[in-house]
Ligand binder design. Structure first.
Ligand code: PRP
Length: 222
């Protein structure tokens, strides 16, 4: 998709848990649009008065839209950003969407040491982050990429362990899984395309400043 000149700012927003938090934050700094809803059938929604366009994207695709300049900026979880390896500017830690990536195993099959899992299968949506982590521990693993419901892996005998996101811990508990290694913390980040950042510096800079103020206010209120 091409941007309509330099006067519009195109923002990629992820569907899912971060969507309502992202739109609420942007609305607080004056960026909203009629019909901007996660379930909208219209995938590009513009507010011509505010000169802004929103792209509603699958979470994992947000860094791609931003790297290639189809979106000037985007909001994405640090976990998905790190996994994507996409070359974008990380402008701000937005603080919401807090979770962490970890390794978990069935509670009743826990082995003594992490290295006891060497050469076993690990199911994950984050094979690059997982591989980096296990390499740092000197452990070789077999990675099985899944796209959702990762916790099913050990339950159906597809893998011995999982590397996945934990937010409240409910999914782990309900599936009798136990965290055995913490890999990384994650929160939502504001990212920018490198060229857009230069070409639209003033607008993006103003937006970053406004978001920082809104986040500070939010903290003071809570
Ligand atoms: C994520 C993650 C876990 C769950 C963790 O899945 O993959 O399954 O949330 O949250 P909890 O600790 O609060 O239980 P998501 O809902 O994004 O869907 P998915 O399993 O299809 O990826």
């Amino acid at each position: 998709m091409k941007n309509d000149g330099l006067d519009y700012l195109t923002i990629a927003l992820p569907k899912g848990k971060l969507f309502p938090l992202s739109t609420a934050l942007l609305a607080r700094v004056g960026l909203s649009a009629e019909g901007l809803e996660e379930k909208s059938r219209k995938l590009v929604i513009a507010n011509d008065a505010a000169k802004v366009k929103f792209i509603i994207s699958k979470t994992a695709d947000v860094p791609t839209y931003v790297e290639y300049g189809a979106a000037d900026i985007g909001i994405i979880g640090k976990d998905v950003l790190a996994e994507s390896g996409q070359d974008v500017y990380e402008l701000l830690d937005l603080g919401f969407g807090r979770c962490h990536l970890m390794m978990a195993v069935p509670r009743d099959k826990r082995r003594e040491k992490l290295s006891d899992y060497a050469h076993t299968r690990v199911a994950t949506k984050f094979p690059h982050i997982a591989e980096k982590f296990f390499n740092s521990q000197g452990i070789q693993m077999e990675y099985i990429k899944l796209n959702g419901s990762i916790e099913l892996g050990p339950i159906v005998g597809l893998s011995e362990s999982i590397v996945d996101i934990v937010e409240t811990g409910t999914t782990l508990r309900e599936n009798n899984l136990e965290e055995i290694a913490h890999i990384m913390d994650a929160t939502a980040r504001l990212i920018a395309n490198r060229v857009s950042f230069r070409l639209k510096f003033d607008r993006i800079h103003r937006l970053v400043t406004a978001i920082q103020a809104a986040l500070r206010e939010g903290k003071e209120e809570s």
